[in-house]
Ligand binder design. Structure first.
Ligand code: ADP
Length: 215
């Protein structure tokens, strides 16, 4: 299955993508995680991406689309993939479609995680991420690790993302409304979208997502 996950920052895309990818045995591809890996390795791509990310702006399309395509060309995507955070605007959605069409494949489904805006802000403020693996995501209140500051899954150190500040979150929400929401309509026209409420326990949301994808 080739799936695209959309939803505002803090909707739980990363958490759900991590669980869904395991359930469906397909790779979880997060452009945010790819950028953060580049930042921690100090690559030129990481240096360029960081300033945009910290301000809550999108990294320019030339950089993002190239990076996403490189990742999608790796052999582990042959049986499908779960895209998290890409595409994030119409230009990226069209570039993805073209790229997949060239290979005779297409997106099979789009999962839209719906969550109220005040909830998003609470989730992001308490979010903690593992240094070893950005897909290991916790929340100090809603999903705390067994030991404070330590990842349950791999023992890595938990930290707060530098773009999880109130100002950056406000910008990210604005960018989501103006740039990313239009891709939902784009995919609705292709009859690919299922919207699921992303409120409730983490595994309840995962179950809703799995049920939605079975249809
Ligand atoms: P969230 O969805 O919680 O805001 P992500 O980890 O998906 O977090 O993304 C963090 C930041 O990385 C974004 O605010 C943006 O700066 C950058 N980014 C991630 N994916 C893309 C993309 N497809 N296009 C442009 N920028 C991106």
């Amino acid at each position: 299955m080739r799936i695209v996950l959309v939803g505002p920052p803090g909707a739980g895309k990363g958490t759900q993508a991590n669980l869904l990818a395991k359930t469906l045995s397909i790779p979880h591809i997060s452009t945010g995680d790819l950028f953060r890996a580049n930042i921690s390795q100090g690559t030129p791509l990481g240096v360029e991406a960081k300033s945009y990310m910290d301000q809550g702006q999108l990294v320019p399309d030339e950089v993002t689309i190239g990076m996403a395509k490189d990742r999608l060309l790796q052999s582990d995507t042959a049986g499908g993939f779960l895209l998290d955070g890409f595409p994030r605007n119409l230009a990226q959605a069209k570039a993805l479609d073209e790229f997949l069409t060239e290979q005779g494949i297409a997106v099979d489904g789009v999962l839209d995680l719906e969550v109220p805006e005040d909830e998003v802000v609470k989730r992001i403020a308490g979010r903690r991420i593992c240094r070893n693996n950005g897909a290991h995501v916790f929340h100090v209140v809603y999903n705390p690790p067994a030991v404070e500051g330590v990842c349950d899954e791999c023992g890595g150190e938990l930290y707060q993302r530098s773009d999880d500040t109130e100002e950056s979150v406000r910008t990210r929400l604005e960018v989501y409304h103006t740039e990313t929401e239009p891709i939902i309509d784009y995919y609705v026209q292709q009859q690919l979208v299922t919207t699921i409420p992303a409120l409730g326990k983490v595994d309840e949301v995962t179950q809703r997502a799995v049920d939605a994808l079975k249809k």
